[in-house]
Write a protein that binds this ligand. Structure first.
Ligand SMILES: *Cc1c(COP(=O)(O)O)cnc(C)c1O
Length: 413
């Protein structure tokens, strides 16, 4: 993680200046040890149950990050056939990959099944089709929508009654009817109710809904999967999901359930953000400082093409001027990009005086940052670097103009 020392800002032993000198700007840098710390704290918090972590890899799909998960005993939750193929490439066994699609073509489902991937079913229509096609031969999980409002904002809430995700729990009779009709083997019940839960107790509330259904209808379960929602601190003063605190009530509830159920099963989680967000720092360079009558602007060599969360979700990411260690003189700036569209990365940020050439760092850039980047404005995507055991390695090269031309076909007309 980014740390201030007497002589500058560092990620492990690597100074931000040397990283930019070596790999260029802008640059995504991930701290591998921070990812391992997050994995360890989650495993520790739930150690009293048979917990399995499935990294929601859409947060950060670099193959090396996937390999780091594999090395640390974390499996994969994939949401597309492409993510499945990335995970297989990274060395995961098909049995370590769960597929949680949302309204995809059946041909994609067939492809995943042929690859031996466990399926998580998110609609009655798919349940019927899977029943018709595979019957009892294919063990599957069901994604339930528990009708619960949870999540940092509506865009990242997925378990409420108006959400497209999962099968409404109110349709349990139809689910059971289809399961019986096709003799389906239901091995897991899944929920994922959103991101950035303000209050971890929603997981307990939601889990009770799965438990109720499990006890009543599904007696062959191997796991209950509670998805994710674990929050990390974006603001310094943010109240984060206290993972150990939250785990206590979840573990207790799960123990009681297992006793009633008559045997032990696995408890799954699919953290994305919790595992990788804080490991990431996005380093940019100030191109221009503009002093307008009402506002000061710091223009960086990036924008919503590389990091869209502030514009897309109103997300707050802490921003630092890591080139100026003297915080006795500060100014308020809007940190903005170079894209021809409003692309504010941070509004009204008090920073040590910024001058062109200064390195500007954005924190919490590990989750949903590079993975949501684009080539808008025909800009190339930045490079990615992994710092692991005090060694900085390039894990994705910066794009070039060739990448912008690639796949375009010039025709005559
Ligand atoms: C995105 C997603 C997650 C991860 O959510 P985070 O808030 O990043 O932890 C987990 N499960 C599913 C099915 C998802 O789509």
């Amino acid at each position: 993680m980014l740390q201030k020392k007497e002589n500058g800002y560092f990620i492990q032993n690597q100074s931000v200046n040397s990283l930019i000198e070596q790999f260029g700007s802008p640059l995504y840098v991930y701290d591998g040890q921070k990812i391992e710390e997050q994995i360890a704290s989650m495993k520790d918090a739930f150690k009293e149950v048979d917990v399995k972590l499935k990294f929601a890899c859409k947060a950060l799909t670099n193959i090396n990050i996937l390999k780091l998960m594999l090395k640390n005993g974390v499996d994969i939750d994939a949401v597309s056939i492409e993510e499945i193929k990335l995970a297989l490439h990274a060395g995961f066994q098909p049995s370590q990959i769960q597929y949680t699609p949302s309204g995809v073509a059946f041909s994609e489902i067939e492809e995943a099944v042929e690859l031996g991937i466990r399926l998580n079913i998110d609609s009655l229509q798919l349940l019927e089709k899977v029943g018709e096609t595979y019957g009892s031969k294919l063990p599957v999980a069901i994604r339930l929508n528990p009708s619960i409002m949870a999540g940092g904002n509506l865009k990242i809430s997925t378990g409420h009654a108006d959400s497209k995700f999962g099968i409404p729990i109110d349709y349990i009779d139809q689910i059971v009817e289809l399961v019986e009709k096709y003799d389906l083997k239901i091995v897991g019940l899944h929920q994922h109710n959103g991101s950035d839960f303000k209050d971890g107790s929603v997981i307990v509330t939601a889990m009770k809904k799965s438990i109720e259904v499990a006890e009543k209808y599904f007696h062959d379960l191997q796991f209950i999967d509670m998805g994710s929602g674990f929050k990390v601190a974006y603001h310094e003063e943010d109240h984060i999901t206290e993972i150990h605190e939250l785990a206590k009530s979840v573990v207790k509830e799960f123990h009681d359930f297992q006793e009633r159920y008559g045997r032990k099963i696995e408890l799954w989680f699919e953290p994305g953000k919790f595992l990788v967000s804080e490991s990431g720092t996005f380093l940019m360079t100030c191109n221009v400082v503009k002093h307008n009558p009402n506002r000061n602007f710091v223009h960086v060599d990036s924008g919503l093409n590389h990091l869209i969360r502030p514009m897309m979700y109103d997300a707050y990411h802490e921003i630092l001027n890591v080139s100026n260690l003297d915080d006795s003189q500060t100014e308020n700036y809007d940190v903005v990009g170079y894209i021809c569209e409003t692309d504010t990365m941070g509004k009204d940020r008090k920073l040590p005086v910024v001058k062109p050439g200064d390195i500007i760092a954005m924190k919490n850039a590990g989750a949903y940052c590079f993975s949501m980047s684009s080539n808008y404005n025909s800009r190339i995507k930045p490079a990615e670097v992994l710092v692991y055991n005090r060694k900085a390695q390039l894990i994705r090269e910066r794009e070039s103009m060739e990448d912008i031309f690639r796949h375009q076909i010039e025709v005559t007309f």
